[in-house]
Ligand binder design. Structure first.
Ligand SMILES: Cc1ncc(COP(=O)(O)O)c(C=O)c1O
Length: 502
């Protein structure tokens, strides 16, 4: 260590070693306290719009504020948040943060590397490329996958669609708009696809209505025969089929599409085969679920979100692919002098901007790397298997109950069901017109969901399952126990009884 240069600038932002120690210990105690008592909090504190701002100072003053006051205000922010780390948080697909994940973000922010390319973040770039390769191998896609970490599944899906479209047109980079390069491109995905796919088609100028909706079978899996029909019809009508998107874990019910059959059709018609495994791909780590994912290895690209089911804090999405030349053809550009990498060769000239949208990128790989290394493959896989087992346990409880109805069984770790007052359950089994009854049950369950969410004891979301309003429990939470599942069922029942007696 060289001696500190005492002539250095005395910045208005410097802090003394004592102040530094206070910031560190204050922040660490806040995090420790949060994790230690998370299960005792309401999943969602009683809240209304404006309550947070009413409880903190909202004027930006000229002078700084004492640290104790800032940490007090942070406590208010924690108190008034919704806690996806609570053991009875089942809404959406959100892994709780682990301590190693949370502190990884601290380290990444302290380093503050901007992972645009190797030159800008040499260590971070090498770690990210290694982590991407690990993720490809972890989900049994490819041991040498390439790709990049993204803000999440939506961004990964959008990047995949652009790569696919540019490959179909054969026209590289931005000189020609996708819509100007010949007949309109078409994309194929099931009615259960995540909304980020039509949204990406819109953003890329392909048009939402050029995402063809493939019908699903009774179990909500994409129907390959209908996929083939749609492609053939589009070819007859002069469109250019570009890409088929399959789900490895749909957002509503967690269904995995028949990947092998879809891969065959994609190959036959020379379509890019993208698998949206943003939520479900890590499910392959459960030995009982492995076979569902057969065919994933044939995808041209796969989205997978470590922040969904690999217990990494947001944000951490990932797009994996094999054909890195196709990605480069879609994104690399010579338009700007300031991004030219001078004097570097091969790996040192590597740039993530050649693979995606973002230029400035935080060091997301650090938390993925440390989480995977800290726990190891075995402990991560065990947590995923436990989540799946809990969803199956809930399915059993629902199937055996006289006041609940299973709307979609748990393929992975999502269970969709609804409350049905016992006196109405027998009517459901009859062959009369059920339209009015279903409408009533849709409304009742919507109110149940709201009551449960505001009650703070559990948090579940909703899904539309074949036109029915379903209560959706998604378990990607390593704190959840069987007891939490039983309590949640009771919480739903209590809300159901209360609302149906009103
Ligand atoms: C299957 C699927 N794909 C994509 C996404 C979008 O991911 P993100 O919210 O990280 O953008 C989700 C989000 O829930 C999802 O479940």
């Amino acid at each position: 260590m060289t001696e500190r240069d005492t002539s250095q600038r005395k910045s208005s932002l410097d802090v003394s070693p004592e102040a530094f120690a206070q910031i560190s210990s204050g922040a660490v105690s806040l995090v420790q306290e949060y994790f230690a008592h998370i299960a005792e909090r309401p999943v969602r504190a009683p809240n209304h719009a404006g309550k947070t701002l009413a409880q903190i100072e909202t004027e930006l003053g000229n002078e700084g504020v004492p640290l104790e006051k800032l940490f007090d205000e942070c406590r208010t922010v924690l108190d008034l948040s919704r806690h996806n780390g609570h053991p009875r948080f089942f809404g959406y697909v959100a892994s709780p943060a682990t301590p190693i994940g949370a502190f990884s973000d601290l380290i990444a922010s302290a380093l503050n590397a901007n992972i645009t390319c190797w030159r800008s973040g040499p260590a971070g770039t090498e770690i990210e490329r290694m982590v991407v390769q690990w993720l490809g191998s972890l989900i049994r896609y490819d041991d040498n996958a390439q790709g990049l970490l993204t803000s999440g599944g939506s961004m990964a899906n959008m990047i995949a669609l652009l790569i696919a479209a540019r490959r179909t047109t054969g026209v590289s980079t931005a000189s020609t708009g996708l819509w100007q390069s010949g007949p309109p491109l078409t994309i194929y995905a099931s009615s259960e696809i995540h909304m980020s796919i039509p949204k990406a088609a819109d953003i890329l100028g392909l048009g939402r209505d050029h995402v063809r909706t493939v019908e699903c079978d009774a179990e909500l899996r994409l129907d390959p025969a209908h996929l083939r029909q749609l492609i053939e019809q589009d070819l007859r009508d002069g469109f250019r089929p570009s890409c088929v998107v399959a789900s490895a874990g749909t957002v509503a019910t967690g269904i995995v599409d028949p990947l092998t059959e879809i891969a065959d059709i994609a190959r036959e018609f020379k379509l890019w085969f993208h698998v949206d495994g943003a939520y479900g791909a890590p499910g392959v780590l459960d030995p009982g679920k492995k076979d569902l994912f057969a065919g994933l290895e044939r995808a041209d690209s796969v989205s997978l979100d470590p922040h969904k089911w690999l217990y990494v804090p947001v944000d951490a999405g990932c797009l994996l692919f094999r054909d890195e030349a196709a990605a480069r053809a879609a994104f690399s550009t010579d338009d700007a002098d300031y991004i030219k990498v001078h004097g570097h060769i091969d790996d040192e000239a590597f740039a993530f901007w050649d693979y995606g949208v973002e230029l400035s990128r935080r060091f997301r790989a650090l938390k993925v790397w440390l989480t995977l290394r800290y726990y190891g493959r075995r402990r991560i896989a065990a947590a995923i298997s436990d989540d799946i087992a809990l969803a199956h346990y809930l399915t059993e409880i629902v199937a055996a109950a006289d006041d609940l109805e299973l709307l979609a069984p748990a393929e992975l770790s999502i269970c969709c069901f609804r409350y049905v007052p016992p006196h109405l359950k027998t009517q459901l089994a009859g062959d009369t017109d059920l339209t009015a009854l279903n409408k009533h049950l849709d409304q009742l369950n919507e109110h149940i969901m709201s009551l449960v969410q505001t009650g703070g004891l559990a948090y579940l979301s909703n899904a539309n399952v074949k036109g029915r309003f379903a209560l959706r429990v998604c378990i990607t939470n390593f704190r959840t126990t069987r007891n939490d599942i039983e309590r949640t069922v009771e919480i739903v029942r209590e809300a159901g009884r209360k609302l149906s007696s009103e």
